[in-house]
Design a protein around this ligand. Structure first.
Ligand code: ATP
Ligand code: MG
Length: 188
């Protein structure tokens, strides 16, 4: 069985916190690959989200330096928001030889019990949880906890800094910064 970590996110934009978490989980749990899954339009972020093709491109640029990282556009091919259960069922159908580990930051772990069809989902895949500064790690579901050097950064912070004209170098990969500049993202 191939062991594959899944990192779902809005990636608006992807940042080094995502990359750090993915690499630490990959090595700690001895996963073969990490697949980054940009979300379609998340219902709670709909109005402000950057168009999907741009988030997909930024994610491709972000992972370039790691040969174990891949981008998977499965959630962008569907219209509307995707439930993780539907995404994972489809991935399992298409990749029956893979065992999936869904990576979530501490902010998401707390909400696991509220996820759509969580019981069915937790029979289908494993969860890997990483700490995130400002959030405690508590869960009623079995989660492989991976302790990472917390990087206090979020896409929200990156967008805010760009809007205020502050540097995001070393927070976001250079190629992604380049893309953001070219397309004048997050400036207003
Ligand atoms: P936003 O501020 O727009 O919500 P975000 O930085 O939280 O963006 P998401 O795309 O929402 O990024 O997150 C995708 C996944 O990555 C989530 O499981 C989230 O918990 C995790 N994650 C994001 N940033 C970090 C970080 N700095 N450390 C650990 N995990 C993180
Ligand atoms: Mg988030």
């Amino acid at each position: 069985m191939k062991k594959v970590g899944i990192l779902g996110g809005t990636f608006d934009p992807p940042h080094n916190g995502h990359l750090l978490a993915a690499e630490q989980v990959r090595t700690a749990l001895q996963l073969d690959e990490i697949w980054f899954l940009p979300a379609g339009m998340p219902p709670h972020k709909k109005s402000t989200a950057t168009p999907a093709p741009m988030r997909l491109r930024m994610t491709e640029l972000a992972i370039q330096s790691n040969c174990h990282f891949k981008v998977n556009g499965i959630e962008l091919e569907r219209s509307g928001p995707s439930y993780t259960i539907d995404t994972m069922k489809e991935l399992k159908r298409n990749h029956p030889d893979s065992q999936f580990y869904f990576i979530i930051g501490a902010d998401m772990i707390a909400y696991l019990p509220k996820w759509h069809k969580i019981d069915e989902l937790s029979r289908l895949i494993e969860f890997a949880g990483v700490n995130r500064s400002g959030y405690s790690v508590e869960t009623v579901y079995p989660v492989h906890l991976v302790n990472i050097p917390a990087f206090d950064i979020s896409s929200t912070l990156v967008r805010k800094r760009i809007k205020e004209g502050m540097s995001v170098k070393y927070m976001v990969p250079d190629q992604v910064i380049q893309f953001i500049k070219e397309h004048q993202l997050y400036e207003s």
